[in-house]
Design a protein around this ligand. Structure first.
Ligand code: URA
Length: 247
């Protein structure tokens, strides 16, 4: 099989798309000798650059490694109290990332959403096909949550959630089967393969309970690392991506 052709872009377009400024601002950076590739200062904004994933090890801008080119995916430990959408009021997860990244093209978006009051593993990407594969129920990528409940569970919830017949209020199609483990009378681990609006909270509401706190600790087989503090993030490696889609 032929190796995939590397993408090529003009230097000014590459840096503008990574958020380093307008084409004019980027031109100024280049003219000032602030962009270095493989040890040589680049002086021509129109230079054609091969966009490879190792670019940050080869190119510096103002002395620091260039940001990773697209496609870029990261995992964040979403803290409580921040929102996943630009449109919602309040501090957003994007504000926890480098400011420059807000101007990246293609733009970064969260892979599905966690509520303001939910913490845990959140993926953020500029890779549309990857995003679709993780959130589409057709691909059955499991999302695992730890839920603390207001009232002790009766035990019948396990069967109710597994049945594939539970209908959420206001909806017309039943939920896909979900796996519930009762860890303590008021503490449950719930694994779902869909991402309907407020799904976990509404599932427990449908069986007469109330979620007091909610945390997502795993997507596919990718677990939130214990050393990733709330608000912290790191880029995803290929092993992490494999873990997401491992069955
Ligand atoms: N289900 C919810 O109710 N909230 C979330 O944030 C995620 C899943």
């Amino acid at each position: 099989m032929k190796p995939a052709k590397a993408m090529v872009a003009r230097l000014d377009r590459l840096l503008a798309n990574l958020g380093y400024g307008s084409r004019r601002e980027v031109n100024d950076l280049v003219r000032a000798g602030r962009v270095v590739l493989d040890g040589a200062v680049l002086r021509d904004s129109g230079a054609r650059i091969e966009i490879t994933s190792d670019l940050p090890t080869r190119m510096t801008v103002s002395g620091t490694p260039v940001d990773p080119p697209a496609p870029m995916t990261l995992m964040m430990h979403k803290p409580l109290g921040v929102v996943c959408s630009h449109r919602e009021a309040g501090r957003s997860v994007y504000e926890l990332l480098p400011v420059r990244w807000r101007a990246r093209m293609p733009a970064l978006s969260t892979v599905g959403r966690l509520d303001k009051d939910t913490s845990g593993l959140l993926l953020i990407t500029d890779d549309g096909p990857f995003l679709h594969r993780v959130i589409s129920p057709r691909h059955h990528v499991a999302k695992r949550y730890l839920a603390t409940l207001d009232r002790p569970m009766s035990g019948t919830e396990v069967e109710t959630f597994a049945a594939g017949t539970l209908m959420l209020e206001g909806e017309t199609t039943p939920l896909a089967p979900a796996q519930l483990e009762i860890l303590e009378p008021n503490l449950a681990r719930l694994t779902i393969t869909e991402g309907r609006y407020h799904q976990v909270r509404r599932m427990f509401a449908a069986v007469g309970n109330h979620v007091v706190s909610l945390h997502r600790d795993q997507i596919g087989c990718l677990a939130l690392p214990h050393d990733l503090a709330p608000g912290a993030w790191r880029l995803l490696g290929s092993e992490d991506v494999d873990a997401i889609f491992r069955v």
